[in-house]
Design a protein around this ligand. Structure first.
Ligand SMILES: Nc1ncnc2c1ncn2[C@@H]1O[C@H](COP(=O)(O)OP(=O)(O)O)[C@@H](O)[C@H]1O
Ligand SMILES: [Mg+2]
Length: 377
């Protein structure tokens, strides 16, 4: 399961257009996609309104900790088209920050609920609001990748440092470092200005720049007004071609990443770096960070397995959807978990068979006389 946040605090740079149409284009290739509208202005929800049933559903209900309002993420999902589901938003989402302000780890709320999301989705796309507040932080914390749409307009690079700074801050505070890719949007090939902006943006981002360029295309605007994705509105439009090309590039990059990744050791732990100076990127947010939680990736090579779970002290040794590993194309299986510091015993359950982690030399005998793998964070 790949989680991609579309984020930039600048409004009007093409976040929502990218979230909707990248989701639709990935779904058109047969991948299961879940789009999460994380903007209280609900533009993505509006942009797909004619494809969904009207319902009182919002990501707010999955994130709130008010027991009377809280619902499972599953119950907030609506279907858009084959392979394409979404979690809508509504204005209630704007009250969430205030509601959760005293809750220690509220900033990881989305991360936690997505860790238990049905593994039928290959891609989860998060449309972030145009700000660097609590909701965007939640989106970036949950994502493995961030796409930053950069529109070809004057001053576009001026604010980019802030979103990159926030990503750095997340790395320092919670030890999570999503990969960053920049996407050129609203590119008008008729103007010299667009071309010179593109050169500037490419110089700035280097190999973090996606090769696909999203051209200015009025059909993308009309599709929003019609409440459908560009693929449903006019699949011959430049916008449909560009977002199809973008989905192809994302799929290619993911394949390369899987192929190039060295065989992981029993668990790779991202250790948060110590902040050298406090960055005034998002003031007043310190209380949401939980520096004691580390992200741990459990991996096991089992190309022929049908189902693998991770069980241990951290999940009461329970086999649930949340403990299921995701299968990579290479045949290795993976599960990311955020775990507080401590010592844990664990095992993999491979097609019903309980087994120690063969890549981990640390194990201890348990009360049944067999062995558990052991890790310390
Ligand atoms: N490539 C494009 N060509 C033409 N119009 C676009 C394009 N991308 C976005 N737009 C329009 O620009 C406006 C802002 O885009 P949107 O995706 O809502 O930005 P954001 O979510 O970053 O605020 C919308 O009216 C949208 O329809
Ligand atoms: Mg938007």
């Amino acid at each position: 399961m790949k989680i991609i946040a579309i984020a930039n605090q600048k409004g009007g740079c093409g976040k929502t257009t990218t979230a909707i149409n990248l989701s639709a284009a990935l779904a058109a290739t047969g991948r299961g996609v879940l789009l999460i509208d994380l903007d209280p202005q609900a533009h993505a929800t509006f942009g797909l309104r004619t494809k969904t049933q009207p319902a009182d559903k919002s990501v707010y209900y999955a994130l709130t900790d008010n027991p009377e309002k809280r619902r499972s993420l599953d119950s907030c999902i609506v279907n858009v088209s084959p392979n394409f589901d979404m979690v809508p938003s509504n204005i209630k989402l704007s009250t969430l920050e205030q509601e959760l302000k005293d809750k220690e780890d509220a900033v990881s709320g989305l991360y936690r609920i997505l860790s238990s999301c049905p593994s039928t989705y290959e891609y989860i796309i998060i449309d972030c609001p145009p700000s660097l507040g609590f909701l965007t932080f939640n989106g970036l914390r949950a994502a493995g990748q961030v796409i930053v749409p950069i529109d070809m307009s004057p001053f576009t690079l001026m604010g980019v440092g802030k979103i990159l700074g926030m990503i750095e801050l997340i790395k320092m505070k919670v030890g999570h470092a999503p990969g960053v890719k920049a996407l050129a949007t609203l590119f008008d090939k008729r103007t010299k200005f667009s071309q010179s902006m593109l050169d500037e943006v490419r110089t700035f981002f280097g190999d973090q720049m996606l090769q696909t360029i999203i051209r200015l295309n009025v059909a993308l605007k009309r599709a929003v007004s019609a409440g459908v994705s560009i693929l449903d509105f006019d699949e011959t439009a430049n916008g449909a071609m560009d977002y199809t090309a973008l989905s192809g590039e994302i799929l290619r990059l993911d394949r390369v990443e899987v192929a190039e990744k060295p065989v992981a050791s029993f668990a790779s732990v991202l250790v948060p770096e110590k902040p050298e100076s406090s960055l005034p990127i998002w003031e007043g947010t310190e209380k949401w960070f939980n520096p004691d939680v580390e992200e741990v990736t459990f991996t096991i090579e089992a190309p022929a397995a049908k189902d693998i779970y991770i069980v241990g002290d951290f999940n009461d040794w329970k086999i649930t959807d949340q403990s299921r590993l995701s299968r990579r194309e290479t045949g290795s299986w993976e599960k990311r978990l955020g775990l507080p510091h401590g010592k844990y015993r664990y095992k993999f359950v491979v097609d019903g068979e309980w087994t120690v982690d063969s890549k981990n030399p640390e194990f201890e005998q348990n009360k049944f006389g067999t062995f558990d793998s052991v890790m310390k964070i």
